[in-house]
Design a protein around this ligand. Structure first.
Ligand code: ITT
Length: 193
């Protein structure tokens, strides 16, 4: 079976391929697809994920897309679905991390509680289905580590002292929001197709 993953984010695609190697029992070939179009996103992860996948619906029998973000509880869940957009279109991930660190400046660890949230949409010839994954942790006081992407250098998973960027990609694909959502998707494909 071929599964088309609609994404412009190559780190995301790489992670999904590694998650599949780790978790998927079915013989699935994962291929990334992106025409480079910027599909406008709203405030609902599921809708956004469905919209991204729908654009490529005619290209394969199985198409999926993911919408994800980081949610800071002391800021009412912001930036959430706008995680890739805060600070403007041309901003680097590093500057976005600095923005988050600035917003939480001076706040003690309890107030730095956060989670990653992923919604994955699967479109087949007969249905549209979504799968959810969360990963809870804390925003660090400064950035540390080299692996991963986006907010990983400032995200410390629960029960850890290191950031995801320090813990590394192998650690991440066993536990992340993305891993949990895609694990559900792979299980669904295994049982239903
Ligand atoms: P596509 O929409 O093309 O897939 P994107 O990077 O724009 O790529 P999203 O709209 O889903 O993806 O935005 C997700 C953003 O949330 C991402 O750019 C990061 O800023 C953050 N994020 C999500 N998952 C992350 C992870 O595992 N590690 C670090 N940051 C993450």
């Amino acid at each position: 079976m071929e599964l088309l993953v609609a994404t412009t984010n190559l780190h995301k695609l790489e992670e999904i391929k590694n998650i599949a190697l780790k978790w998927c029992k079915k013989d699935i070939v994962i291929k990334g697809i992106s025409d480079g179009v910027d599909i406008e996103e709203g405030l609902d992860y599921k809708e956004n994920a469905i919209k991204k996948a729908s654009y490529y619906k005619k290209r394969a029998a199985f198409v999926c897309a993911e919408d994800s973000g980081i949610e800071l509880f002391s800021l009412g869940g912001a930036p959430g679905p706008l995680s890739s957009r805060i600070g403007g279109d041309d901003i680097s991930h590093k500057t976005q991390r600095e923005l988050i660190l600035y917003l939480l400046k001076g706040m003690k660890m309890e107030l730095r509680y956060a989670r990653y949230h992923a919604e994955v949409a699967l479109l087949t010839e007969k249905e549209v289905r979504t799968f959810t994954g969360f990963w809870y942790g804390y925003i660090a006081k400064e950035e540390r580590g080299e692996e991963g992407f986006g907010y990983d250098p400032i995200f410390i998973p629960e029960n850890e002292t290191k950031t995801v960027a320090e813990l590394g990609n192998e650690y991440k694909i066993l536990r992340s929001h993305r891993a949990m959502a895609f694990k559900k998707l792979f299980e669904y494909l295994e049982t239903n197709y």
